[in-house]
Design a protein around this ligand. Structure first.
Ligand code: KG4
Ligand code: ZN
Length: 354
């Protein structure tokens, strides 16, 4: 089948330049986002409509509610993104949308709208891998990351350490063998009775507690590889609290939050630095929602400083899900000529490395 995008007005090989405007669309989970990015680097707008309030009563994301909320929020978000960028539909050179991984009903909403828009505007559609999008959030910060780089992608759905050799060229070094880091933060927070999403709550409470109050296990720290495990740590926290409650002892939630965060951070930073050393990487990048964590940011910064390695961590608003990173990644794909065309479809299990 002919690639429909090949017939559209932008020839990515010939016409790419720093003025190219890409509209990004992100609906893989519980943020509806639309952004306009110029030249792959300059954010003209990045509108994020969070659904947190809709899911808070359930203590987690309800996929059906999330998909419906995307349908309601996406078109207005695109309108606002264009307005804030001070451009019109007709100025857009390409549309980039998240193909996966993510919740299938949510992905379908964004992909359908992004492809329709590309077809109507007669511009290319670029289907972006959400995880690759997270990596490109570091291209939007100042200074932008360069490849090659060791990268830690740490979010609610994924925790992986990869070596990015170049655009689209990855070597998987390690990852979680069970829960993703954000999932563990959210589950521990829920057990402690904190609001959803729990990661930021644990982070906030950690500042009030003593990180050395309880010594939770640092799973897999003696293993040779670069994998981590969050499930054992989560269970250790739950068992500790149950034991304290059973004995009638007072449970300090800030101390537990701080001790849990400390164990998670030590484990993750240790494995990340070991992977960076193993690869002889000249720089380290951290991205994804959990990269917003203050303890992780400062511990990784210290570890990198000790080894004189530059660390690239995007500002917090670019760590959590957003469409600017999708537009940035889509721009790099366009520049490299590997855009997908309208034949691409949503894939909830889309892997980073095929
Ligand atoms: O990247 P993201 O927005 O969505 C996914 O692709 O998963 O990440 C969301 C995750 C949630 O688990 C949330 O609790 C966690 O990132 N998170 C944090 C913090 N801010 C967000 N975890 C720990 N500390 C934070 N400050
Ligand atoms: Zn994400």
């Amino acid at each position: 089948m002919a690639n429909p995008a090949a017939e559209t007005k932008l020839d990515p090989f010939a016409e790419w330049d720093d003025a190219t405007l890409v509209l990004g669309i992100e609906t893989s989970c519980d943020e509806t986002s639309a952004a306009v990015v110029q030249g792959g680097r300059k954010i003209l707008s990045n509108v994020i409509a969070s659904q947190t309030d809709l899911h808070a009563d359930y203590g987690g994301i309800v996929p059906e509610i999330a998909a419906r909320a995307h349908i309601e929020a996406l078109t207005p978000a695109i309108g606002v993104a264009l307005l804030q960028a001070d451009v019109t539909f007709w100025d857009i050179d390409a549309v980039a949308g998240t193909l996966g991984p993510g919740l299938v009903g949510c992905l379908l909403v964004g992909v359908a709208e992004a492809k329709s828009m590309a077809a109507v505007l007669d511009v290319p559609f670029v289907g972006v891998n959400h995880l690759e999008g997270h990596l490109y959030s570091a291209m939007l910060s100042d200074p932008p990351v360069q490849w090659p780089s060791l990268a830690l992608i740490i979010s609610g759905g994924h925790t992986m350490t990869v070596y990015v050799k170049d655009h689209g060229s990855y070597e998987m070094l390690g990852g979680t063998v069970d829960d993703a880091a954000g999932e563990a933060f959210d589950k521990v927070a829920r057990f402690l009775g904190l609001d959803y999403p729990g990661g930021p709550e644990i982070d906030r409470l950690s500042l009030l507690g003593d990180p050395s109050a309880i010594r939770f296990p640092r799973a897999m720290s003696r293993d040779e590889g670069f994998d981590v495990s969050y499930s054992g740590l989560k269970t250790a926290v739950i068992n500790h609290v149950r034991k304290m409650e059973a004995s009638g002892a007072e449970v300090s939630v800030p101390d537990i939050a701080a001790s849990f965060q400390q164990a998670a951070v030590e484990m993750q930073v240790g494995k990340t630095m070991a992977a960076a050393e193993h690869m002889g990487s000249e720089r380290v990048l951290m991205c994804g929602g959990v990269a917003a964590n203050s303890g992780l940011r400062s511990a990784l910064a210290t570890a990198c400083e000790e080894r004189s390695l530059p660390l690239y961590v995007p500002p917090i608003e670019l760590c959590t899900d957003n469409a600017a990173m999708i537009a940035a990644c889509g721009s790099a794909m366009l520049r490299a000529g590997n855009y997908t065309g309208l034949g691409a479809s949503a894939d909830p299990n889309l892997p980073l490395i095929r």
